[in-house]
Design a binder for this molecule. Structure first.
Ligand code: ASP
Ligand code: MG
Length: 405
């Protein structure tokens, strides 16, 4: 008998109608003779609403109480699902994370699941019951409620799948799966049938909001196959898995294209070129939690001075500028900023073995007269910084160039 984990996101349980619909989906899996475990998020909007309320009570809401508050949405959703399954004649019950228990480490609001004690859960599952478990939360060693970061119920489902040695972990959402690029930017975006963990990790960190990056990391570390699919239409989704041979896609080097906007390029020109300058520049930025993305240092022509360029998000610009101007440890000639930029990235494990990918990307962008300002690469991705007015054009030309249309 297979054990299947079904996770439902906020929109999938966003109304009474939706809860009735997902209860039907659960019913179908149970009918086929599987052991079924459900993990649910809160009904859509509920968590945001609770966060708003906390802010009206206090700008500095006590952290442990904040987690108690924002975790309540999942409790309601789970009881509603269990209630509906009972109504359909199935054996089902809700399980709050503390009832299992799901144990977490780390700070409130950003804890990580480290252990699940599943004895009771297994007993119930073996007796034919369907446990409906609250995602997004656990308890710490003080037995206080914790939450594991926004969109954390993906990670809850994956850790439960690992613990129960499940054969499938299905993440139900409101899109049909993972796309080659954001369908809002490019109407030729296509659903990807199968994708590797590393590719999706790059895509998630490069601006595609498909799954929470921590949860993909957990899936990768524990080797859990994950399927992302829609609870609204009955169509196959995207399988996220370890490396596989893409034999069907002989000419497919690139799996997906991501984009971010609101990037700012900062250039510090004429910096004294001596050991330690880069550390002097970046240390105060990292202390202030400013995320530096692409970094380029030019070769110094005279051996004395160099130009340093890096990118940050526009919301960090004011603070970054202040930190650099007040930095007594660096000497430079000129500080300049370039706003309204976008980073476009092509991602695919295929590029490890295929020479010429970089050239094809640059040539395609050049054919549309799109200027590249900064380039950065890893083994499986190439990112370029361009003016944000060219986002759509760049995605379209790259999508075509790498046979994704
Ligand atoms: N309800 C939580 C949130 O909105 C967790 C989740 O959706 O996975 O962040
Ligand atoms: Mg959600």
């Amino acid at each position: 008998m297979k054990t299947i984990i079904l996770k439902f996101g906020g929109t999938s349980v966003g109304s009474i109608e939706r809860i009735k619909k997902v209860s039907q989906i659960i019913y179908q899996y149970k009918k086929k003779g599987n052991k079924v475990v459900v993990v649910s998020s809160a009904m859509s909007g509920v968590t945001n609403d609770l966060i708003k309320k906390s802010k009206l009570i206090s700008k500095d809401f006590e952290r442990a109480e904040y987690d108690v508050l924002v975790s309540t949405g999942e409790q309601a959703a789970c009881a509603l699902i269990a209630g509906r399954l009972n109504h359909l004649g199935l054996k089902a019950r809700s399980w709050m994370s503390w009832q299992i228990p799901i144990l977490t480490d780390g700070p409130y609001s950003n804890a990580r699941i480290n252990k699940i004690i599943s004895k009771q859960l297994l007993k119930y599952l073996n007796s034919g019951g369907i446990p409906i478990i609250t995602g997004f939360q656990g308890i710490n060693n003080l037995s206080r409620l914790t939450t594991i970061g926004r969109s954390g119920s993906d990670a809850s489902a994956i850790m439960i799948a690992k613990n129960l040695n499940a054969s499938e972990c299905i993440i139900y959402t409101d899109v049909e799966g993972i796309y080659t690029t954001d369908p809002r930017f490019h109407k030729r975006a296509k659903k990807i049938n199968q994708i590797e963990y590393d590719e999706i990790l790059e895509m998630a960190s490069l601006g595609s909001k498909v799954m929470q990056p921590n949860s993909v990391q957990d899936a990768k570390l524990n080797n859990i196959d994950v399927i992302v699919k829609s609870s609204f239409v009955n169509k196959p989704g995207t399988l996220i898995t370890k490396s596989f041979k893409k034999k069907d896609f002989g000419n497919q080097i690139i799996t997906g294209i991501s984009s971010t906007k609101n990037d700012v390029k900062i250039t510090i020109a004429g910096v004294k070129d001596k050991p330690g300058v880069a550390a002097y520049i970046f240390e105060p930025l990292s202390k202030n939690l400013i995320n530096v993305d692409m970094v380029v240092q030019n070769i110094s022509l005279n051996g004395k001075e160099t130009d340093l360029t890096f990118t940050i998000k526009s919301e960090d610009l004011k603070r970054t500028e202040k930190i650099i101007r007040e930095n007594k440890n660096i000497f430079y000639k000129k500080l300049s900023f370039d706003k309204n930029l976008a980073k476009i990235s092509i991602i695919g494990v295929g590029m490890i073995t295929t020479p010429g990918t970089t050239y094809r990307m640059f040539k395609a962008l050049a054919s549309k007269k799109i200027n590249i300002m900064v380039i950065s690469t890893s083994e499986i991705k190439i990112s370029v910084l361009i003016s944000s007015k060219f986002i759509k054009k760049a995605i379209a030309v790259l999508h075509k160039e790498f046979n994704l249309d």
